[in-house]
Design a protein around this ligand. Structure first.
Ligand code: SF4
Length: 299
């Protein structure tokens, strides 16, 4: 299999076939981000021949495991969804030819990737199997989106994910707790919930900001342009998000950046979740949470 650098995937794609369609990120500018820093380039597309040979290898391996059935492919890279429509269709066609049992194809996507496709193209991509995108919206706090150089605004999240809803393509969000900065966490969470409440994310996964010295954000802090939230404020922010969400969705905090792992259904488990977060805020304490943050040497 062709795999380049560190491969990132959402926790819920653990049993998917990881197929390298791209490596790196076309944006590569978010100030907090240190992902894909191990690559000697910002972004590259995999040649179709490499994809095809990986699919043949996967077919051979899966068929040699009796009783094993694979039904989902996850295209790797920060945003394979940026690929042109024709290329995405060609990749889907190769997947279905080599592995006819494959039911769906997912990948990470940026909001700006969706805006590159017409409504008709989104509908055709869905018919070709694309479903269950993971979008790192991070927040719908416009001030934070601008400062962090995410490259879109809250209104774009609303518009582009509304288009996914209409095309029938399901999606999950990654939220970045702490992105709004000291004193603004709860307001950022409420602004995000207000946008999510108008959409249909299958899951909202909260990750927690962990700042590394090789990030642009670290330099901004040194220049005095930005202040990190305390760890307790980050948990108050998660609580504000969980409390403000009014939609049916799964709320999760699963990655290593979270001191406490959780996954619940909203609104069914909302009270239980809020009680758990209150307990963390009141009883765990800043020192213990900070020690956890300092122990997260990489994501
Ligand atoms: S956060 Fe995502 S979109 Fe932003 S630079 Fe990192 S990989 Fe790219």
């Amino acid at each position: 299999m062709h795999y380049t650098g560190t491969i990132w995937r959402p926790p819920y794609e653990a049993s998917s076939l990881l197929l390298e369609a791209t490596a790196g990120c076309t944006h590569h500018r978010c100030k907090f981000c240190t992902l894909y820093a191990d690559l000697p380039f910002s972004f590259k597309m995999s040649p179709i021949e490499d994809i095809e040979s990986d699919l043949k290898e996967a077919r051979y391996l899966y068929r040699s495991l009796p009783g094993h059935r694979i039904s989902r492919t996850f295209l790797t890279g920060a945003n394979p969804c940026v690929l042109q429509y024709n290329r995405l269709m060609k990749i889907a066609e190769r997947i279905h030819t080599q592995l006819p049992e494959m039911e769906s194809i997912g990948c990470f996507a940026r909001i700006t990737d969706i805006s590159l496709k017409t409504d008709g193209q989104l509908a055709n991509l869905h018919k070709a199997g694309y479903d269950g995108l993971t979008i790192g919206i991070e927040t719908a706090d416009d001030e934070a989106l601008r400062f962090m150089d995410k490259g879109y605004r809250a209104a774009d999240i609303l518009e582009q994910c509304g288009r996914l809803d209409r095309a029938g393509i399901r999606y999950s969000f990654f939220y970045l707790t702490g992105i709004s900065g000291a004193g603004r966490g709860e307001a950022g969470a409420k602004a995000t919930a207000a946008v999510c409440n108008q959409l249909h994310p299958a899951l909202i996964g909260a990750n927690m900001l962990t700042i590394y010295p090789d990030s642009e954000l670290y330099q901004e802090i040194r220049r005095g342009n930005w202040t990190e939230e305390s760890e307790t404020e980050k948990y108050r922010e998660v609580r504000a998000l969980a409390e403000s969400l009014k939609i049916h969705t799964v709320f999760a905090a699963l990655g290593a950046s979270n001191a406490f792992q959780m996954q619940v259904e909203l609104p069914k488990d909302q009270e239980k979740l809020l009680a758990f977060l209150d307990d963390v805020i009141e009883n765990v304490g800043e020192d213990r949470l900070r020690r956890y943050r300092e122990s997260v040497h990489h994501l």
